[in-house]
Design a protein around this ligand. Structure first.
Ligand code: SF4
Length: 493
C-alpha cells in the first residue's frame, strides 16, 4: 500500500485518470516545461485569488509554498489554535491527503466555512469533488465545516473604476453536493492508494479523459505512437466510434473501412484520404465567389480576454480587440493595399480601432473574414459598448462573408487539410509559398500573450518594438493569406 502523501490536485488527477496520478508520482520527468499559455492561466488564477482575499478581508495568509509544506502545516495549526478568524491558503493533512483551502472562515460558534475560489464564471461538475476532498480532510483533521461555498466570477459584472470584490464574485452554496460525495471520496482514496502501491502504471489507453476536464500533462507521452492523421482527427467523430475503431486495431484514418458508419462530410474526407485526390465542388465555390462584392475588405482581429476586465464598460473574459489587419482590394485582380491598427498598450484600444474601421472601410463592398462569426461578434460588441458608432458598425456586420465557408461546407477538400478547415491548415496546402512557420508570433494565442506582455508595462522599449513588429507581421499575414486563398478559389471556379 502507498503511504506517501497526495495533494488535492493529485486526487483530482486520479479522478480524471488513474494513470495520470501514477505517472505524476513516479514519472515527473515526462512532464513538459510549463508553456507561456499555461503560465498565463496560473498567473491569472493568482490574481483572482488575491482579489478573493479582499472579499474576506483581515485574514492571515499561510505564505509557505509547496517546497516548505511542514512549515505551512505548522503555521496553519498555530493559526487555528490561536483563534484566527480567516485563513488564506492554509495547509491541512488528514489520511495522507494534503489540502490548501483558498479561504477558511470561522463562524462565531466555532464552526468553519470553506470557500473555494475558481476563475470560471459558473460552478462546474469537477468543482464538487474538488471541494468535497477538502471538506473530508478538514473534518478529518478536526474542523467542523458548516458550509462549503464555491466562489466564482460573476459574468454579469461590468467594470466601472476599481473592481469591487463583492460585485466581481458570485458565491454558491454547494454544501449539500459535497456532503453527498463523502462516500465516493473515501472509496476513491482507497483505490488511489492501492493503485499507487503498484510498481507499474495502470494500463489505461488514451481517450476523452486526456483532455476532460483538464488537459493532461502526459499527453506527449501517452499519445506519441498515434499517427499524424489518425482516427482522432476525424471531424466530429464521436468518442464511442473512435474507441470502436481503436478496438478494431485501426488508428490511421486511411485504414477506416468504407462501411464504417460515418456522416457525409466524414465519408468525403475518408475518400480524399484514401485516393489522395482533392474533391472540388466548382459550382458551390463559384456561388460563394459571386456572393462577394468589390471593393473587398479582408479583416482580421486579434483580441485579449482578461478574466479581470481592464477597461471600463467591459466584462470578465470579454474579447477585447486590440489589433486589426485590413487588406483592401478595389476590384478583381487589382493590387491590394494594406492598412493596420495596433493598440498602444496604454489605453483602451477600442475607440481608436472603431475610428480606424469607420475611416477606412467604405459603405460599399464586402468584408471578408476567416471564421467570420468571430469578427462579426466583436463588431456587434463594439457597437453595443460604443453606441455612438452603432449604425456604422452594425452596417459592417451585414456585409461580412466567411471565407471559411467553402472549406467548412466541404466544397473543397484537399488531402493536406487532414479533415480540418482552419486557415493554418488550408494555407500551406493551397498556397505553399505562404506559411506561419518561423514567425515570431504564429497564432492567435501567442498574439494575445504578447499583447498582455506589452500591457504589463514591464518591457523595455526595444522589446516592445520587437513585439509590435511581430504582431503586425502575424496579423498582416492572416489577411494576406485570405487574399491569396480567394485568388486561388477564383482561379478554380
Ligand atoms: S494522457 Fe490520457 S491516458 Fe495518459 S495519463 Fe493522461 S489522461 Fe491518462
Amino acid at each position: 500500500m502507498f503511504t506517501r502523501r497526495i495533494s488535492k490536485s493529485q486526487f483530482m488527477m486520479g479522478l480524471q485518470c488513474h494513470k495520470r496520478l501514477w505517472l505524476y508520482n513516479y514519472r515527473k520527468d515526462l512532464i513538459p516545461p510549463v508553456d507561456p499559455a499555461r503560465q498565463h492561466i496560473f498567473d491569472q488564477g493568482h490574481e483572482i485569488g488575491a482579489l478573493a482575499r479582499e472579499y474576506f478581508k483581515g485574514g492571515r495568509l499561510v505564505a509557505a509554498d509547496y517546497k516548505q509544506l511542514p512549515r505551512a502545516i505548522e503555521e496553519t495549526r498555530k493559526l487555528i489554535k490561536t483563534g484566527a478568524k480567516i485563513i488564506y491558503e492554509g495547509a491541512v493533512v488528514f489520511n495522507n491527503v494534503l489540502v490548501r483551502p483558498d479561504i477558511l472562515k470561522k463562524n462565531p460558534d466555532g464552526d468553519w466555512d470553506l470557500i473555494e475560489v475558481k476563475s470560471t464564471t459558473a460552478v462546474k461538475d469537477e468543482h464538487y469533488p474538488d471541494t468535497a476532498i477538502q471538506k473530508y480532510v478538514l473534518e478529518g483533521a478536526g474542523l467542523k465545516i458548516r458550509k462549503v461555498w464555491l466562489m466564482h466570477i460573476n459574468n454579469q459584472f461590468v467594470k466601472n473604476g476599481p473592481i469591487p470584490p463583492k460585485d466581481f464574485f458570485t458565491k454558491q452554496d454547494i454544501t449539500g453536493e459535497t456532503a453527498d460525495l463523502k462516500a465516493a471520496i473515501v472509496r476513491n482514496l482507497e483505490k488511489f492508494m492501492e493503485m499507487l502501491g503498484r510498481s507499474r502504471a495502470p494500463g489505461i489507453g488514451i481517450g476523452r479523459h486526456c483532455s476532460t476536464p483538464y488537459e493532461c500533462e502526459f499527453c506527449g507521452h501517452c499519445w506519441k505512437g498515434i499517427p499524424e492523421y489518425s482516427i482522432y482527427d476525424i471531424p466530429r467523430l464521436k468518442w464511442e466510434q473512435k474507441n470502436t475503431l481503436k478496438a478494431m486495431g485501426i488508428l490511421r484514418f486511411r485504414d477506416v473501412p468504407e462501411d464504417f458508419p460515418l456522416n457525409d462530410g466524414q465519408l468525403l474526407c475518408l475518400q480524399v484520404e484514401k485516393t489522395r485526390k482533392a474533391v472540388i465542388n466548382k459550382p458551390a465555390i463559384a456561388a460563394f465567389i459571386n456572393g462577394v462584392k468589390y471593393p473587398l475588405y479582408y479583416i482580421d482581429f486579434e483580441t485579449i480576454m482578461p478574466a479581470m476586465p481592464l477597461y471600463d464598460g467591459s466584462r470578465p473574459y470579454q474579447q477585447i480587440p486590440f489589433q486589426l489587419s485590413l487588406h483592401i482590394q478595389p476590384k478583381p485582380g487589382a493590387a491590394v493595399r494594406h492598412l493596420e491598427y495596433l493598440g498602444d498598450a496604454k489605453t483602451d484600444p477600442r475607440p481608436e480601432l472603431i475610428t480606424f474601421m469607420l475611416k477606412n472601410i467604405s459603405p460599399e463592398g464586402s468584408l471578408l473574414a476567416y471564421s467570420a462569426s468571430f469578427e462579426a461578434t466583436r463588431i456587434k460588441e463594439l457597437a453595443n459598448d460604443f453606441p455612438a458608432y452603432n449604425s456604422g458598425l452594425l452596417g459592417f456586420t451585414k456585409r461580412i462573408n466567411d471565407l471559411m465557408k467553402p472549406f467548412q461546407t466541404r466544397a473543397y477538400v484537399h488531402p493536406h487539410f487532414q479533415g480540418r478547415y482552419s486557415i493554418k491548415k488550408i494555407l500551406p496546402a493551397l498556397i505553399p509559398d505562404m506559411t506561419y512557420e518561423g514567425l515570431a508570433i504564429g497564432n492567435g494565442g501567442d498574439a494575445q500573450l504578447a499583447y498582455l506582455d506589452m500591457l504589463s508595462g514591464k518591457l523595455p522599449p526595444a522589446e516592445m518594438e520587437g513585439i509590435r513588429t511581430a504582431l503586425k507581421i502575424y496579423c498582416g499575414q492572416d489577411t494576406l493569406a485570405m487574399v491569396r486563398i480567394l485568388e486561388h478559389l477564383q482561379k478554380i471556379a
